[in-house]
Ligand binder design. Sequence first.
Ligand code: FAD
Length: 457
Amino acid sequence: MRRIVIVGGGYAGFTAARELEKRLRRELRRGDVELVLVDPRPYMTYQPFLPEVVAGSVEARHAAVAHRRHLRRTRLVDGSVVRIDHADHAVVVRPRDGAPYRLHYDDVVVTAGAVTRVFPVPGVAGHTIGMKHVEEAVAIRDRLLTSFDRAAGLPRGPERERLLTVTFVGGGFSGVEGFAELLSLAHDLLRRYPEIDAGELAFHLVERGPRILPEVTERPGRWVVDQLRRRGAHVHLGTALESAEGGVVTLSSGESFPSGLLVWTAGNAANPFVATHTDLPVDARGYVVVRPDLRVGTDDAPVEGAWAAGDGAAVPDLAVPRAGALAVPNAQHAVRQGRRLARNLAAALRGRPTRPYVHGSLGVVATLGLGSGIFQYRRLVVRGLLAWLMHRGYHVLAIPTWERKARVLAVWLTAGVFGRDVVSLASVQTPRAAFTAATTPAEPTAPEEAADHAAAA
Ligand SMILES: Cc1cc2nc3c(=O)[nH]c(=O)nc-3n(C[C@H](O)[C@H](O)[C@H](O)COP(=O)(O)OP(=O)(O)OC[C@H]3O[C@@H](n4cnc5c(N)ncnc54)[C@H](O)[C@@H]3O)c2cc1C
């Protein structure tokens, strides 16, 4: 039996596994081929929906596409690959429980994606949260909602200011989308929190470069900045975060302020296990080197039995007429690379020729909060409501499986009638608290400890 091990079931890996199930149906049924997918998460995350999860416009669960439901002929392994020894045709799997073990393969598909790129800025490790995973998006939303609840009960002062201050570091696509969606949620919340004024909200977007959204051209990029500023946001361009020590943001401009919520969206870095724990060829940044047909290696030195795609691979972009151009790391590429990889792998197994991966960009589209967005395809730019509708339309069609599309659409339609949900479920982090409180005698409060409410306010 031939074993194909897929490392990582995100965009590229999940798509490759589904396509391989389709292409190798006969071989899988007869037991000639075994497909194995290793991932510590039991689902593929539809990351483009995370900004809408932050805003409460998409249910967190709906941005997760379950492997078990949609990969029926693939053996799923709950664990992380911590090493690939291609010389021995084996990966080392660290399962959730038990000791690491070697899993041998005939072919390996490396689709473990990238990780959040972090710079050594003091205080960042202890005070920031990323926005690459469902739990992070949920936590960002819950933190804002909890801050509103707490701020509403406090008199004006430094603590209330801190709670209503939000900082995003990194003005790329995910940062701008997350920031704009959270800002949109905050403005919506003001209707339900009469205790809080719009002027009390302090939303900061910090970008080291001279402009945000490098994926769009200069003018639309400027329009987005103007849009955000008109909605009360502080956009700091050409500014770096120098410290987040103690939750106090210090910028290279000299500005400094305590921030209740600090979100880090400063780009991608190679998955450390791929960069350093494999004998497969990687480039200077740690990305797996692949040929245009997504086989690992170069035209001169192809590596038999190894394939890679997605954000963790340096994939030649043949649609760009520039020598050495690499495909940009985005979902548009990852999903198509996953499909091309699977077709080429199946062709190679049958002794047929492989084809190069070629995909001309379909343009970029971003949400900027409820009812506003931006789309650019070459010189065509669409802004505002139409772009936002295009964003929703594109992504509801792009999320894999009809079941997910239907669920997302149902939430949007009900939100159109009833508005979005505005409760924080931060308490799910402490599920035993209510039970513990019920079984622990309450500490008595002396009458003199309770100040008069009017005096406190
Ligand atoms: C907030 C946000 C918004 C985005 N919006 C857009 C958008 O609008 N349009 C667009 O085109 N792109 C967008 N992207 C980018 C897009 O989501 C990524 O380019 C895409 O997910 C890359 O796919 P991938 O398969 O390479 O990696 P991923 O989808 O990240 O999958 C990697 C998988 O590998 C698994 N893994 C990691 N390490 C290991 C290991 N050691 N062993 C086993 N498994 C492992 C992970 O658990 C994960 O399941 C967005 C990204 C973010 C974060």
